[in-house]
Ligand binder design. Structure first.
Ligand SMILES: [Zn+2]
Length: 113
């Protein structure tokens, strides 16, 4: 999430496009809140920007959890008990972080509704 520099925000406001641009995203929709945070090239309100940020975090954590799961299926790695134990610990941490991110995403979605 990037806060829009004041001069760029002033330019956009001067052009009359000061509302949240959620309609320009793949999610679509309409939002009358002021757009004051740049996220992925569009100006979003704080609530939509937070929702997108949490979705990005969920996607990243899902990728991490999947790669750890794949690594644990490696037969040579499973023979290395210390490394396998370390990966299981990492996988448990990723699963915990992913559950927290899903909970935060649920709250962010409810906050918009
Ligand atoms: Zn919005």
């Amino acid at each position: 999430m990037i806060l829009v520099p004041q001069e760029e925000l002033t330019d956009r406001l001067a052009m009359g496009c000061h509302c949240c641009e959620i309609g320009r995203t793949l999610e679509g929709g309409y939002c009358e809140r002021a757009g004051d945070v740049e996220f992925g090239g569009v100006l979003l309100c704080g609530r939509h920007a937070r929702q997108f940020e949490v979705r990005d975090r969920v996607a990243l954590l899902r990728g991490i959890a999947s790669s750890l799961e794949l690594s644990l299926r490696s037969i040579p790695l499973r023979r290395d008990t210390n490394r396998a134990s370390l990966l299981r610990t990492e996988r448990a941490g990723a699963a915990r972080d992913l559950n927290l991110a899903y909970e935060e995403l649920r709250r962010a979605v409810e906050d918009i509704a």
